[in-house]
Each structure stands twice: as C-alpha cells, then as structure tokens.
Design a protein around this ligand. Structure first.
Ligand code: SAH
Length: 218
C-alpha cells in the first residue's frame, strides 16, 4: 500500500540523505541539489516523481539524469567559485542549474533546439543569469570560449573525447561517460599541467549517446 504523500521538503531531505549514502559528500553539491526545484525540469506527467532518485524521460526522446549521478559527476568536477564550465548536453537544464549555483559561468551546448529553448526559459525563471547556451554539436566543444576550467559531458561519448580534452586548461578536470554500449564507464580526466591527463574510473553509468551533428527535427 502506498504511504501518505510526503511534502516537498521531506522529499528533498530524503533525496539528499540518499545521495549522501551514495557517496555525495561535498556540502555545496548537496546544497545545490536540495535548493534546485527538480520538479520544474521534469515533464508534467512525472512531476510526482521529480524528487525520486531516478532518471526520467524528457522531450525529444532524451532523459533528465538521475540525481545521484548528477551529484557524483558535479562533485567529481571539483568546482571552484571562479570556474568556467563547459557542459555538453543541456537537456532539461537541471544539471546546468546545479553547476550554475556553484561555478562562475556555465557554457552549455545542446543539439535539440526545443530542449535548449525550454531549458533557457526554466533557468531564467529561477533567476539564473550565469549560463550561456548554444545550439550546436557539443562533440566539437566551444572553441570561441575555450579553454575551460572544467568540462562535463552528459551524453555518452563513444570514445575518449579528444576534441573536448583539447579545450581544457592544463590543470582542468573533465568528467564524461565513455563507451559505445548501453552502460558506459564514468571517467574523470585530470590535467597534469603538461598536456597529459590522469584518468580515473568513477563507476558504471547509463546515458543516452552523444550524437554527431545537430538535430534537424524539433
Ligand atoms: N544533463 C541533462 C541530460 C540530458 S540527456 C539533464 O539532466 O537533463 C543528454 C543530452 O545530450 C540530450 O539532451 C541530448 O540531446 C544531448 N546531446 C547528445 N549529443 C549531443 C551533442 N553532440 N551535442 C550537444 N548535445 C548533445
């Protein structure tokens, strides 16, 4: 039998507790997740489930990432207040909002115009003004704005994202799911200052694929 419906505050607290258990310990990441209304970013049909720790479908056949994965990826970026962050795959704009609460500027690229327009409106409604968006193929990065302190890819890159690594500062951090299958390796690349990168595996994740070119439909 379903229990009584929990109020939003309780649901948020429960989610944060679960994230802590799952390994998200950075207080500013937990705070950003607690303060970002995820219900704004999920379709009406799924509003009731907005505070569950699960990925949910959004328009254009894409998904809003699971909060635990958002938390772990954001934490792995080691964001600083002055960081300029490149995000590939704006999607719903949820991850973007979390990044924008912690970092100085977020540059976000999306290949679906519809998703980008919706995300922009949502970020604006939250009063978030430090996000710069672009419609385009994020696989190529954003050369005009490079280099970046941090790069996060929220779609699965088939192989090492070389073009993106080339747009990272020498001591920057890039976090991305990498792999061709339905499950991918979540990787963290840390710049060692001499053009080389140390690579760490953070776990197994399931992301929609990074697709070349922009979407012609929608
Ligand atoms: N962080 C988003 C995740 C969205 S799913 C969220 O939490 O809502 C991944 C997104 O990456 C999708 O919106 C998809 O359209 C986008 N994407 C896939 N390939 C891309 C590419 N080459 N360039 C830009 N965006 C891409």
């Amino acid at each position: 039998m379903a229990g009584p419906e929990l109020d939003t505050e309780t649901q948020r607290a429960k989610l944060v507790l679960g994230l802590r258990k799952g390994g998200v310990t950075d207080p500013q990441v937990l705070k950003a997740i607690e303060e970002t209304p995820r219900d704004l970013f999920v379709p009406d049909l799924f509003k009731q489930r907005a505070w569950e720790d699960s990925a949910l479908p959004i328009t254009c056949g894409q998904t809003i990432s699971q909060p635990l994965v958002v938390g772990l990826m954001t934490q792995a970026l080691s964001l600083e207040a002055r960081s300029r962050v490149l995000e590939i795959g704006t999607g719903s704009g949820y991850q973007t909002a979390i990044l924008a609460r912690i970092a100085r500027y977020v540059y976000s690229v999306e290949r679906y115009r519809t998703l980008l327009g919706d995300a922009e409106a949502k970020l604006k409604s939250l009063g978030i003004g430090n996000v710069i968006t672009r419609f385009g193929d994020g696989g190529e990065g954003w050369a005009e704005q490079a280099p970046f302190d941090r790069i996060i890819v929220t779609a699965a890159a088939p192989e090492e994202p070389k073009a993106l690594l080339a747009q990272l500062k020498p001591r920057g951090v890039l976090v991305a799911p990498v792999g061709k299958g339905s499950m991918q390796r979540l990787l963290r690349y840390v710049g060692e200052g001499d053009g080389a990168f140390r690579q760490e595996k953070l776990g197994e994740v399931r992301f929609v694929p990074l697709i070349e070119g922009v979407a012609r439909e929608l």
